[in-house]
Unconditional design. Structure first.
Lengths: 318, 473
């Protein structure tokens, strides 16, 4: 990817505006990371609690640049046959059969054994060639002519060994296939790796990436996000619901509600034609925000104060 | 700027942010891409290349603010006094700069007046240091201090007791001696200019002291920490004071993590499951496409299981805390660790470790299982809880002093564990010489252990656990 092809990424401000136009409201830090990733051609390792928009970031950039988004979802046991490439062995098998039949015709006129071997060498080695190669996400991203966004999602779920597989791709944008040689990227893709921190990523991988940590947003930022994602919420309710979610995040919960939950909640409140928060409304919709029975139980006892504080706008978090 | 950046990275390294040369190059590139105009932008950009975890980022931000402090030191000796003189009952406000200037001028005049009958002061006023002080030329003075600091090697500062020494050396290098001598001369002559000059001298000293303090925080704090880590890992566990507990915890975590990455689950080839068609085909090509050998996709994960049993009775109370701490970290990091604690009876504590933070978990375990030791009874409990789960993949670690208050040791239970398990390891905090003395049953238990060792400091613990995990494959 070249700088002049993408004026959308020319400066940090341009990125912020571009994201906003596509409904992704981001902090300046995120925009800086994208800018640097593009300028320095380095992958970005995005970390943060689930639901703060890590995957969404990559999707938005793909939209913004109008380039294909190639996604590799990691899981335990992911190996190179599923991530890099695979040989089309069915076709290879057919090829050997055809070759066997045609061998007589091909070697016609060869006098001695040495002669026929020499003749055989004249045919290219098609058996291991790109025609028999089945590209998987990583190789596919390297083959895109006009660049691509490669999203390696939840890299912490993959095995430790898989990380080493990524190292060559991330630092040199190339893949070594033993039978063929090195396949270089036709155009450098922009790579995003996300991690939920279920385990530590190896230093070797971290070293090759820019490190971006996305925390929960500030009240102001989250209100802007809600405004952009759920425009139907009126200002007063928006303010109250964001305040409420922020006070929930201060509590000691198993899983604090993230941005995606706030958006879902705002949508449900719109569906219920709510105009302001009250205790009853919150109690009946709490399961949108909190995903564990324990958390719901812990919150319900304090619901009254939490709602009152959010409505009167004098909560702890500000 | 580049050498400045490299120095900054050096500072980061002493604060335990690991920065490789490649990352240094990245940082330089970030600087050229982002420019130096926007401080926050540059800081965020550098943070992305240099800090790799949220914790490191916090350290980075702290160091960045300390290192790239932009304000120059203020050397106007008179600023606060001037303000105080102008408005005795109010706080000095920054906007009466004119008053301060005026006051400074009178000070200079006073000095010059006094200089007429004191030759020492006369010469002093001609020195560049004094000139700069009088005109309050902050840039020049800050540069002079920087030069002096470099001359005396301030970056080498290691421990806090060196601060005074370095302050003096920098003052000497600056030429403060002349001021000092003149003050003495003025004192003898009882000159009216004495307090004025003293104020200038004190201000200079204060600034240099602050400067040294700042540099100390930057350069030495990290080194001191490394030094402490070294010392701590060699100290006997029960001698470590309570205040260092959290440091030890960090150290144990580091160690357990190191061990875990070295010995995490291994994969093995299996001879069943899904056929690896591609590989089978490829390997069959030499045989004319006939697939003689089959290859399988599945690999088996080797899952070493660890059962750890820890004595928490009074006799090993001081050690138990650390052993529990170690167990806690280990369970955090290695898969399939079950922990048990006992004194008179035994119970599984894995759930406490999984659920509560360290301090709370240890408290709970001590509260629930602390008391007088009864190894026999505890072994019976252990057999009831876990004997059926012990197989050839299991490693049993027992942490305790084997002092059984002359009770029945129930050796036969340990023997049956010994026969089933892959390994039984006994770590005893007492030194080998005292094994078997008094009520210690260690020598008898020894007959049913694959491996036993004396373990009373972190270095020993690390070596033992490393050995243990290597052989448990």
């Amino acid at each position: 990817m070249h700088t002049q092809d993408f004026p959308q990424l020319a400066s940090v401000e341009a990125i912020e505006q571009g994201f906003e136009a596509h409904g992704y409201i981001c902090s300046r830090k995120i925009a800086t990371a994208v800018f640097l990733a593009f300028q320095l051609r380095k992958p970005v390792l995005v970390e943060g609690p689930p639901g703060v928009g890590k995957t969404e970031l990559a999707k938005t950039i793909a939209l913004l640049l109008d380039t294909p988004l190639i996604r590799l979802q990691c899981y335990e046991g992911l190996d190179e046959a599923k991530a890099l490439y695979e040989w089309k062995y069915g076709k290879q098998l057919l090829y050997t059969q055809i070759l066997k039949e045609k061998l007589g015709d091909l070697l016609q006129g060869a006098q001695s054994l040495a002669d026929s071997v020499a003749k055989l060498h004249q045919f290219g080695d098609i058996f291991y060639s790109e025609e028999f190669l089945e590209p998987r996400p990583l190789l596919k991203a390297m083959q895109q002519e006009k660049g691509a966004i490669l999203l390696i999602d939840e890299v912490d779920k993959a095995d430790y060994e898989f990380e080493s597989l990524l190292l060559e791709i991330l630092s040199d944008y190339q893949i070594s296939i033993p039978e063929i040689g090195t396949v270089k990227a036709r155009s450098t893709p922009m790579v995003f790796l996300t991690s939920n921190n279920t385990r530590d990523i190896s230093d070797a991988l971290k070293r090759r990436c820019l490190h971006l940590y996305i925390p929960f947003p500030t009240v102001e930022l989250e209100e802007r996000i809600i405004l952009s994602r759920v425009p139907g919420v009126d200002e007063q309710l928006r303010h109250q619901l964001v305040n409420f979610v922020h006070s929930l995040r201060q509590m000691d919960l198993k899983k604090a509600p993230a941005i995606s939950e706030t958006i879902d909640w705002a949508r449900s409140l719109v569906l219920l034609h709510a105009e302001h928060l009250d205790e009853e409304l919150v109690r009946s919709t709490l399961n949108v925000l909190l995903k564990y029975e324990d958390d719901i139980g812990a919150t319900e006892s304090e619901l009254r104060t939490l709602v009152r504080d959010s409505v009167t706008d004098n909560q702890v978090g500000r | 700027m580049q050498s400045n950046l490299v120095n900054f990275i050096q500072v980061l390294r002493t604060h335990e942010v690991r920065v490789s040369p490649a990352e240094t190059l990245d940082a330089v590139e970030v600087c050229t891409t982002l420019g130096y105009a926007d401080r926050t932008l540059l800081r965020d950009g550098l943070a992305m290349t240099l800090a790799k975890t949220p914790e490191e980022e916090a350290i980075f931000l702290l160091c960045f603010d300390r290192y790239f402090q932009q304000d120059f030191a203020d050397f106007s000796a008179s600023a606060d006094q001037a303000a105080a003189a102008a408005a005795p009952n109010s706080l000095p406000a920054p906007d009466d700069a004119t008053a301060a200037e005026h006051y400074a001028a009178t000070q200079v005049a006073a000095l010059q007046l006094a200089a007429e009958d004191a030759p020492a002061l006369q010469t002093l006023l001609q020195t560049p240091l004094m000139q700069n002080l009088l005109s309050n030329d902050r840039t020049e003075l800050t540069l002079a201090i920087n030069r002096a600091a470099e001359q005396v090697g301030l970056a080498q500062i290691q421990i806090f007791t060196q601060k005074g020494q370095f302050t003096r050396r920098i003052l000497d290098a600056l030429g403060e001696e002349a001021i000092r001598n003149t003050v003495i001369a003025l004192e003898q002559a009882q000159s009216p200019a004495l307090p004025v000059l003293q104020r200038y001298r004190d201000k200079l000293r204060e600034q240099v002291r602050d400067y040294v303090e700042r540099e100390y925080l930057l350069h030495a704090e990290g080194k001191t920490r490394q030094f402490m880590d070294d010392i701590l890992s060699k100290t006997r566990l029960n001698n470590i004071e309570h205040i260092y507990l959290h440091k030890v915890h960090e150290l144990i975590r580091k160690m357990a993590k190191k061990l875990a990455t070295r010995h995490s689950r291994k994969r093995k080839l299996l001879k069943r499951g899904r056929l690896d068609m591609a590989k089978t085909l490829r390997k069959g090509i030499p045989n004319d496409g006939v697939m003689f050998n089959t290859y399988w996709r599945q690999t088996r994960k080797d899952k070493p299981q660890i059962l750890a049993v820890c004595d928490v009775s009074g006799s090993v109370a001081a050690y138990a805390k650390f052993l529990l701490m170690f167990l806690y970290s280990l369970q955090d990091i290695l898969p399939k660790v079950r922990s048990f604690a006992f004194s008179s009876h035994l119970g599984e504590v894995s759930a406490y470790f999984a659920e509560y933070p360290l301090q709370k978990a240890i408290e709970l375990v001590n509260w629930k299982y602390g008391g007088a030791t009864d190894y026999g009874n505890s072994l019976v409990d252990f057999a009831k809880l876990a004997l059926d789960d012990i197989n050839s993949n299991t490693t049993v670690i027992i942490l305790g002093d084997a002092r059984n208050n002359n009770g029945d040791p129930k050796l036969e239970i340990l023997q049956s564990i010994f026969q089933r398990a892959r390994q039984v390891i006994w770590l005893n905090p007492e030194s080998r010489r005292s094994w078997g003395t008094g009520d210690s049953e260690m020598l008898r238990y020894l007959s049913a252990c694959h491996f036993s060792a004396e373990c009373n400091n972190l270095k020993q613990l690390e070596r033992i656990v490393d050995h243990l995990l290597k052989s448990s494959r």
